[in-house]
Design a protein around this ligand. Structure first.
Ligand code: 86X
Length: 652
């Protein structure tokens, strides 16, 4: 979930994760897997073992078997296993596809490379050991079995864990709230109507906002050729590995492979060059709402990190720098507004440091948020000032009013479905999703409470009457009149789905011309008269702002200040982000990143068989709103003259 491990190995080199497992009889199993392999559970069967009896070994056990420690698990340490405790050395079949394996022999700060052949036939042979090459990813058929089980679990209604068990909680909420259905392409998910509605609300507001800036919607093709992609080599370089390609049609190879857009700079800007001739053609402002594909290898999380996602990308060209800069910040304000006014998620507006900015631009502004449960920073959206970098490359130039040739000043900005993930994480609770009213497909659910003293037909008519009243007030309301589910079941279901207000109508309410109101986010319950139903609009608005305020308090709790390294690490290890004075030097930033990883108490964890190195802190942003730094005030880390406050944290 973090980009602490920047895997920088040459093509043909696999970055290997080493996992030491132990069974109940103290037999050890060393697994060497490609870092991208999601180690499943079912391959143990191939070895005649049951995954239920096998655990990742603990510090003492690693010491026992390999005379080694966490972070130092590797095949070379098997030489220390004089008692033959390591029963099997298992090699991920994936690794056979690479020429070299990159391993950490001593600390996970040093790396050596070795070929699989040398490892097998020289080293392991020398110490008289053998290994087995096995496919570690569970096969599709078996995965299906797991999914079926999953489906059955879903039938048991309640969420089985508390929000404090955050990662499992998130997985359950998104399914039980019917936001997401799983799909058999890793990193891709189905957005169900409950989720897609939220995206439509975001589109509606954001589209209205950017229209006030005269931005026009367009649609550019999703394919680009290698030639396109290479026009702008520098910015593509760091991302190349994530580009997905189409190489075939039917049974035949395409003459020229086509990339699927990972972003559209190189698709749009050649057209911009044609459209911009004179200063009268500026500003040029276009936007598109599309899907994007980036074949990432970090562990996927629905909404938060997916291989395909939805976004809008806006691109503008201006005749002056000043105008472009203004555009960047106007858009940033819009993004803040969408988060706050729609998703009830508080954000911090800021500027990215040089090493975190979009490399193709001059500076990157961002809206950052912090997930209260784990204190991790989450980049909410970015708005870039591109300067003249792209316009020079793509020759987007014009004749200014003095008939001089000049390059356009550009901006680009994007907002994605990741925002929905942030909303879920902020507002969900032990009982499931909690939707801020402005994005809820149903803001109000009407549930009749059938009772022997009450005529069912009359009760239903009353509910329908109430529904009509609310529809006239432009509220999104649903009457759940299914008679094959009990009221209790319906309460639970709509609670899990996060509907902001439940109206119950039972015998008491029927008789008194009332409804019982139950608020999802704070569980407040009260009666209101039918004639007072026009208050509901205001009530929903109040709920929105109460949710935003609660969220803002939670976010603020996760920001601490530190004046020295010790305080900094203390706060980081308590899962906070830290605002510090900083010299703004890249070298200092890299040192903090590295050192905080080493001293971190948040050690490697295993999620879905995938090891995550999650400890180190990076810069999230330099907040726009900050106190001035005076002469003589020092950087918290290196002690040089501080220039700005910067916010540090672990991040998604
Ligand atoms: C950076 C920059 C920018 C327009 C935005 O952040 C907002 C909307 N674009 C996107 N970026 C890449 O340029 C990129 C390029 C390639 Cl080739 C890739 F595979 C992945 C990328 N990811 C991000």
């Amino acid at each position: 979930m973090d980009d602490v491990v920047k895997i920088q190995v040459a093509d043909g080199t696999a970055y290997v994760k080493n996992l030491l497992y132990v069974d109940k009889k103290s037999n050890y199993y060393l697994i060497l897997a490609n870092h991208t392999t999601q180690v499943g559970k079912l391959f143990w069967k191939t070895l005649g073992l049951s995954s239920g009896n096998i655990r990742l070994s603990k510090e003492e056990q690693i010491a026992d078997a390999l005379k080694s420690s966490k972070g130092n698990v590797n095949p070379f340490a098997v030489a220390n296993d004089t008692n033959n405790l390591v029963k099997n050395i298992i090699i991920d079949e994936e690794l056979t596809k690479f020429q070299r394996l990159a391993l950490h022999p001593i600390e996970n700060t040093t790396t050596i490379e070795i070929s699989l052949d040398d490892l097998q036939n020289k080293f392991l042979k020398a110490i008289n050991r053998q290994c087995k090459v096995i496919q570690l990813t569970d096969s599709a058929a078996k995965q299906e079995l797991e999914q079926e089980k999953d489906q059955q679990n879903l039938q048991t209604l309640a969420i089985t864990v508390k929000k404090s068990d955050f990662s499992e909680w998130y997985q359950q909420v998104i399914r039980k709230a019917e936001l997401i259905e799983y799909y058999d392409v890793s990193g891709c998910y189905i957005l169900r109507p409950w989720a897609y509605f939220i995206w439509e609300q975001i589109q509606r507001l954001l589209d209205d906002l950017i229209r006030t800036e005269d931005v026009e919607n367009t649609y550019f093709p999703m394919f680009l050729s290698a030639k396109h992609l290479n026009t702008e080599k520098d910015h593509v370089e760091g991302f190349k590995a994530e580009v997905a390609w189409v190489t075939k049609y039917g049974q035949s190879d395409l003459n020229e492979p086509l990339a699927i857009r990972p972003t559209s700079e190189t698709i749009m800007y050649p057209a911009f060059a044609k459209w911009v001739q004179s200063h009268r053609d500026l500003p040029l402002k276009v936007n598109q709402w599309t899907n994007i594909v980036r074949w990432e290898f970090k562990f996927p999380t629905p909404f938060i990190r997916t291989r395909e996602f939805l976004w809008q990308e806006g691109h503008t060209a201006h005749s002056t720098r000043e105008e472009a800069v203004k555009q960047v910040y106007t858009i940033l304000d819009f993004y803040e507004q969408v988060y706050g006014e729609l998703l009830a998620v508080p954000v911090i507006k800021g500027i990215k440091t040089e090493s975190e900015k979009f490399a193709g631009g001059d500076f990157t502004t961002t809206v950052e948020t912090i997930i209260p449960q784990n204190g991790r920073g989450l980049q909410g959206a970015t708005s870039h000032h591109l300067g003249q970098n792209f316009s020079k490359m793509f020759e987007i130039n014009f004749e200014d009013d003095k008939r001089q040739k000049a390059f356009a000043w550009q901006t680009s900005w994007g907002f994605t479905t990741r925002s929905i993930g942030a909303m879920i994480m902020f507002h969900g609770d032990d009982n499931g999703l909690v939707l801020p009213p402005r994005i809820a497909k149903y803001q109000i659910i009407i549930i009749p409470i059938i009772h022997k003293d009450l005529d069912e037909k009359q009760l239903n008519e009353r509910c329908e009457q109430i529904r009509q009243i609310l529809i006239k007030q432009k509220l999104r309301v649903h009457f759940d009149n299914r008679d094959n589910y009990s009221p209790g079941w319906k309460f639970n279901k709509w609670e899990q789905k996060g509907v902001p207000i439940r109206l119950e109508i039972g015998p008491g309410e029927f008789k008194n011309n009332e409804v019982r109101v139950v608020q999802r986010f704070d569980n407040k319950k009260y009666q209101i008269k039918i004639e007072e139903l026009n208050q509901l609009n205001q009530i929903l608005d109040n709920i929105h702002y109460a949710m935003l305020e609660k969220a803002r308090n939670e976010l603020n709790q996760r920001i601490k200040q530190a004046d020295d390294w010790k305080e900094f690490m203390t706060q980081l290890n308590q899962r906070n982000t830290i605002l510090t004075k900083w010299c703004q030097r890249e070298e200092c930033e890299q040192q903090v990143k590295k050192q905080s990883g080493i001293e971190s108490k948040e050690k490697d964890s295993e999620i879905g068989g995938q090891i995550q190195l999650t400890g180190s802190a990076k810069t999230l942003c330099m907040p726009l709103k900050q106190d001035e730094i005076k002469e003589g005030e020092k950087c918290f880390h290196c002690g040089q003259q501080a220039k700005r406050y910067v916010l540090w944290g672990r991040s998604y």
